[in-house]
Write a protein that binds this ligand. Structure first.
Ligand code: DC
Length: 228
């Protein structure tokens, strides 16, 4: 069974997806990490981010893997062609590079195949932008998680401090979030938009635990219904 969690960056998808997966005993797939890994590889190998053909070839040929601690459904490491890029894909440089990479149709086509293959291997909580619309349109439970751009920018600033990554300017972060939302929602292939049958949840003024509990309840209800 698939629980699809889509929404813009900073809405809390990762935290929510991991917690829901742990509570349900599902595995968890972060599709954004796959786009980030391709963006990292493109920068590392000097591929021009406007060269669609080269990016598509790269996405076709690269092997992305998630490593787990034994018994833990949440991946601790992301590898591309055997190289650990877990930390390297979370930099501001990758934040910028990943938008053109994820807007490239050939990259999306290559990763779609990989995401569907991974998801077919069991029960998964899958987070991304187009999971409920394109990757798993038949997902039993679909959630579109949002929060206001201002709240998402505040969270990002706090997260950087918590992770000892130094302080970042709130206004710059806010501008970047608004820019990325626009790029993600207006691209031609798989734009960020809710599936018609998605449950809309807004985490702006909500405790994240409430969102997690709501999604678990919806997923259990969908599972019960599927089992008749
Ligand atoms: O969730 P994230 O911020 O790690 O995602 C990184 C980028 O990848 C972001 O620009 C949106 C894009 N993305 C996408 O286009 N489709 C997905 N299913 C997941 C992420």
């Amino acid at each position: 069974m698939i629980v699809a969690i889509d929404g813009p960056s900073g809405a809390g998808k990762s935290t929510v997806a991991k917690a829901v997966a742990r509570k349900l005993g599902f595995s968890c797939l972060d599709t954004g990490a796959m786009y980030r890994a391709i963006a990292w590889k493109a920068l590392d190998t000097g591929v021009d981010l406007s060269d669609e053909e080269a990016l598509g070839k790269l996405a076709d040929e690269c092997k992305i893997a998630f490593e787990h601690d034994e018994g833990d459904p949440i991946a601790r490491r992301v590898l591309i062609d055997g190289e650990d890029v877990t930390a390297a894909i979370r930099t501001a440089e990758i934040d910028k590079a990943v938008s053109p990479v994820s807007a490239t149709p050939a990259v999306r086509a290559a990763l779609l195949v990989q995401q569907q293959r991974i998801g077919s291997e069991g029960n998964f909580v899958v987070e991304g932008r187009d999971i409920g619309t394109t990757v798993f349109p038949d997902a039993a439970c679909k959630v579109f998680l949002t929060a206001s751009p201002e709240e998402r920018a505040h969270r990002r600033v706090r997260q950087n401090v918590d992770r000892d990554l130094g302080s970042i300017d709130y206004e710059e972060v806010l501008a970047d979030i608004i820019r990325r939302d626009k790029v993600d929602s207006s691209r031609e292939v798989s734009p960020l938009k809710p599936a018609d049958d998605a449950h809309h949840l807004d985490s702006t003024d909500c405790y994240i635990e409430e969102i997690i509990d709501q999604i678990c309840a919806m997923a259990r209800a969908a599972q019960a219904q599927a089992q008749g």
